[in-house]
Design a protein around this ligand. Structure first.
Ligand SMILES: [Zn+2]
Length: 275
């Protein structure tokens, strides 16, 4: 399966040392929105969508405080839709959007692909879209799906994937893409596993924020850790899933490349490693 790693939204908060774990306090940090473009048996699929054109046209819809804290670059050339075009595809070729969750920095590109089916965990939909489960105030940006996309839902269960449970997102037509519940950051948060030839990729979304959290001796820059804690809807569940991912990396790191959404180190490793 042909796979491209895209950064669909750079963020530059202050205090590089306390966010990226390197550099000085006075430099700006770099965070990415790591997305995948996958050529599947059923058209092009994107894993997460990052920042969209409507967000860039009206950044304040993402929240004044959020924009101030994360300082997004807001470059239209970074959007998924512009990168899809740059790779020679039409936005209409994108049939599926597989979302780890519906936070603003993951769902912003949904309206740029109005014909695509949007795949999410049912709980995420019930919290972000229908409010059957009450979301934390201001957490989601309903404008990002106000055009009424065609949704597809996932629950628990599914087949065994290295000790995790996963459901095939595109049915039997494409057995090599699985939605894997990894709740904690949000209640319906999922990882998405994609097989790339002989190896699997696991896009672990925001189930951890920093590559050092999966190392034998976990480490985490101070401010990024605070940011992560504040965003956790179920901290115990997220911590437990982070431990499971750390164990998976230790035992099956040769067969599975795990990466998260915002870590520039994970992102560059994937791009340079050719995974
Ligand atoms: Zn995020």
């Amino acid at each position: 399966m042909q796979i491209h790693h895209l950064n669909t939204g750079t963020m530059c908060p202050i205090g590089k040392h306390l966010v990226n774990g390197t550099g000085s306090l006075f430099q700006r940090a770099r965070m990415v929105c790591h997305c995948l473009l996958v050529a599947t048996n059923d058209g092009i699929a994107l894993v997460d969508t990052g920042t969209g054109l409507d967000d860039i046209a009206n950044p304040l819809r993402m929240g004044r405080k959020w924009v101030r804290q994360t300082t997004p670059r807001l470059d239209p050339a970074e959007t998924a839709v512009q990168q899809v075009k740059a790779l020679g595809y039409s936005p209409n070729d994108v049939r599926h959007l597989l979302l780890t969750h519906l936070d603003r920095d993951h769902a912003g590109g949904i309206p740029d692909f109005p014909k695509a089916k949007v795949h999410v965990h049912r709980k995420e939909y019930e919290m972000a879209v229908t409010h059957q489960i009450a979301p934390p105030k201001g957490r989601y940006i309903p404008e990002q799906w106000k055009h009424g996309p065609d949704w597809a839902f996932y629950g628990e269960g599914g087949e065994d994937w290295f000790g995790f449970k996963g459901v095939r997102a595109l049915g039997d037509r494409e057995p090599d893409i699985l939605m894997i519940p990894l709740p904690g950051h949000t209640l319906g948060h999922c990882g998405i596993a994609v097989r790339a030839n002989d190896k699997w990729l696991l896009h672990a979304g925001d189930s951890y924020f920093f590559h050092g959290q999966l190392q034998k001796k976990p480490r985490m820059p101070l401010v990024l850790g605070l940011f992560q804690r504040r965003a956790d809807m179920d901290r115990a569940a997220r911590t437990q899933n982070q431990e499971r991912l750390r164990a998976l990396k230790a035992t099956h790191g040769h067969a599975v490349t795990i990466f998260n959404s915002h870590d520039p180190v994970d992102y560059e490793n994937c791009r340079c490693g050719g995974h």
